[in-house]
Design a protein around this ligand. Structure first.
Ligand SMILES: Nc1ncnc2c1ncn2[C@@H]1O[C@H](COP(=O)(O)OP(=O)(O)OP(=O)(O)O)[C@@H](O)[C@H]1O
Ligand SMILES: [Mg+2]
Length: 232
């Protein structure tokens, strides 16, 4: 479904990503883990099209999208949840959700019912300003907004950040349900051990802008194997 080959990106003249190869098959939940500043956000932004590739290709659903703008990738069916969530604090929960309607134009079914089923708090608080909600609730809103247009691929940049530990577990379970029930393919970047171990079926490790390892389900069960690539 997503195939990144030999990707290089930079900020101005500073190279950040080099030689990145990542592949995600339809229906998978794939993680990319790495410490602070190793290039996780840069990689996610390159996939959604907020950053240009200097070299390499990105293919989505069989087509090359390397030079397509972000909005066109979104309409093709890539949902994106940025680091720090980016909900509109002055808009109500429902107004925020409506912002997600333009994602994935090929899919006419808006997923309000499913989103309210996964995250009942969003229905309870639909009239409330998004900025008044907790970090965890705002993360649920950001995920809900990305799901409204029923994307085929969901990209999440550190969904656990700023979310209290007990709620991180809820969000992890909700994402698993989304994957199982809506069939949404998921690619997330994280440095939270719990999320990496519980959510990823397979996980790449990134360090200094390049992929340095790939862990299958066996090695993901080992705390030592995983923490090697996370901040300690
Ligand atoms: N807009 C920018 N201009 C220049 N350099 C940047 C910019 N954004 C990030 N960088 C640099 O690029 C490198 C990778 O940053 P990136 O944000 O991708 O890391 P990250 O893995 O997402 O980190 P974190 O875990 O803190 O979110 C870092 O060295 C960072 O300082
Ligand atoms: Mg980041």
């Amino acid at each position: 479904m997503l195939e990144i080959t030999n990707l290089h990106t930079s900020y101005g003249k500073t190279p950040i990503l080099r030689d990145v190869d990542v592949r995600v098959d339809e229906g998978e939940i794939v993680g990319i883990m790495g410490k602070n500043g190793v290039g996780k956000t840069t990689l996610v932004k390159a996939v959604i099209g907020l950053l240009e590739a200097d070299e390499g290709t990105i293919r989505f659903d069989g087509d090359e999208v390397t030079d397509d703008p972000a909005d066109s990738r979104a309409r093709r069916g890539i949902g994106y949840i940025p680091q720090g969530r980016d909900v509109f604090p002055e808009l109500t929960v429902e107004e925020n959700l409506r912002m997600g309607e333009t994602i994935n134009e090929s899919n006419g079914d808006l997923q309000y019912e499913a989103v309210y089923d996964y995250f009942p708090v969003l229905e309870e608080r639909r009239e409330q300003d998004a900025g008044t909600m907790s970090g965890g609730q705002q993360q649920m809103l950001a995920i809900g907004r990305a799901l409204i247009g029923n994307p085929d691929l969901l990209l999440l940049d550190e969904p656990s950040e700023g979310v209290q530990p007990s709620i991180v577990q809820d969000v992890t379970r909700d994402l698993e349900r989304v994957n199982e029930e809506l069939g949404t393919t998921i690619l997330f970047v994280e440095q939270n051990l719990h999320v990496v171990q519980n959510l990823a079926e397979r996980c790449y490790a990134i360090d200094k802008g390049t992929i340095v390892d790939e862990l299958g389900s066996d090695r993901l069960e080992s705390r030592e194997a995983v923490t090697e690539y996370l901040a300690v």
